[in-house]
Design a protein around this ligand. Structure first.
Ligand code: CP3
Length: 355
């Protein structure tokens, strides 16, 4: 351990927070997008008993699911178990999961969007905030170095995709068309989503999240020009508000290599990248922290394959000189062998021992 790490351990800061604060660290922290989920036997058992929505909305269940991968793999961060569509309930949307989100309300145009803004029900996210508070004390009970607790939300473009297309659609063409044919109403929707998202992330930080990740999963469908017009300005607004409130923000966009220069202007402390972007190139363009970017499919080979692709990723990440968080380039896939997740986490721990 080097530099002011002694002070950081007195302050009980997690490795992830230290990395986001650009403090010197002995190895990169590791966590995985969708680390709680169907690839784990324990998760499938709990879901068979309760169902996905109940697991998101009953704080004790959300805490249990969040903790499952931490107990199994000694990850450095927990991410609150929820879904990006849960806060849409605060705007009066009725949502189910099958397994992707299904949105029952149809947004036809300006009148429907104007009605959303006038009936916000913040209490819809109370269970998530309660789960975050409970997790804070649950994580404190674990032995070993402190673990970070991450909050999250969907970014306005990605939320609009699900809300307008009423669920998962290839390329979200309904949203693409709506954005062009009803441009003013669409901007109103993005504005409402931006306001509730910033408030929601700030509330998560107040309840104990150490940092937050903003998922703009489907903004990679946009050209650079459209990203600059339809997604980035609202992300910038959210990041600015959260940072003014003292929070650290990680921004994730899937399929984002063409958007990287624009994402650098988001204000985020950390950019979470998929496997199509070279970590060295990203590190030259962006001065903050970089997270990623193992292809989730690489977790399907032999354990030896997992170790060698992880080593290749570390070689690329060397140039980041500590500005690095290990993660996948997108969420972990359902059929992933649990032992390969263990191998990935162990490979990260081995870096510390070899230094
Ligand atoms: O990372 C974590 O462990 C926290 C949990 C989490 C979930 N959803 C649980 C979930 C997080 C961070 C999310 C975010 C989310 N939800 C995103 C952004 C991340 C990304 O993948 O790009 C998006 C786009 C959604 C919307 C969503 N929810 C989809 C597309 C699906 C279907 C996914 C699939 O794998 O089929 C969901 C459902 C969902 N959200 C599941 C989980 C564990 C699967 C539910 C099940 O068990 O059947």
């Amino acid at each position: 351990m080097q530099g002011n790490s002694a002070l950081n351990s007195v302050l009980n800061k997690s490795l992830l927070v230290q990395t986001l604060e650009a403090a010197p660290v002995s190895r990169p922290p590791v966590w995985l997008m969708r680390q709680a989920g169907r690839y784990m036997g324990e998760y499938r058992e709990l879901k068979a008993r309760h169902g996905f929505l109940k697991m998101c909305l009953e704080p004790e269940l959300a805490v249990e699911v969040t903790m499952q991968p931490l107990r199994a793999f000694d990850l450095d961060a927990a991410i609150i178990f929820s879904d990006i569509l849960i806060p849409a309930k605060a705007l009066g949307f009725e949502i189910d999961f099958n397994p992707g989100p299904v949105v029952h309300n149809k947004l036809r145009g300006a009148a429907d969007i104007a009605a959303l803004g006038s009936a916000i029900r913040p209490e819809a996210v109370t269970p998530v905030l309660k789960a975050i508070s409970l997790l804070k004390s649950e994580l404190a009970k674990l032995s070993g170095p402190p673990k970070a607790l991450l909050g999250f939300a969907g970014a306005p473009w990605t939320m609009a995709c699900y809300l307008i297309d009423q669920g998962v659609q290839k390329h979200f063409q309904g949203t693409q068309i709506f954005a062009r044919t009803q441009a003013a109403a669409f901007q109103d929707l993005l504005s409402i989503l931006s306001d509730i998202t910033a408030d929601y992330l700030l509330a998560q930080l107040e309840h104990g999240a150490d940092a937050v990740q903003l998922f703009d999963s489907w903004a990679g469908n946009l050209s650079l020009e459209d990203y600059n017009a339809l997604a980035l300005p609202w992300v910038q607004k959210i990041v600015e508000k959260v940072k003014r409130g003292g929070g650290k923000v990680i921004l994730y966009v899937n399929g984002s290599s063409h958007l990287l220069p624009a994402m650098c202007a988001s204000g985020a402390d950390c950019l979470s990248l998929d496997w199509r972007t070279d970590l060295e190139v990203a590190g030259r363009l962006f001065k903050g922290c970089i997270q990623g970017n193992l292809d989730p499919c690489k977790l399907f080979g032999s354990t030896e394959d997992v170790l060698s692709s992880t080593r290749e990723m570390f070689e690329k990440a060397r140039s980041l000189k500590g500005r690095y968080i290990v993660n996948l380039g997108h969420g972990i896939l359902q059929q992933t062998p649990e032992e390969n997740v263990a191998a990935l986490v162990q490979a990260v721990k081995n870096i510390e021992e070899s230094q």
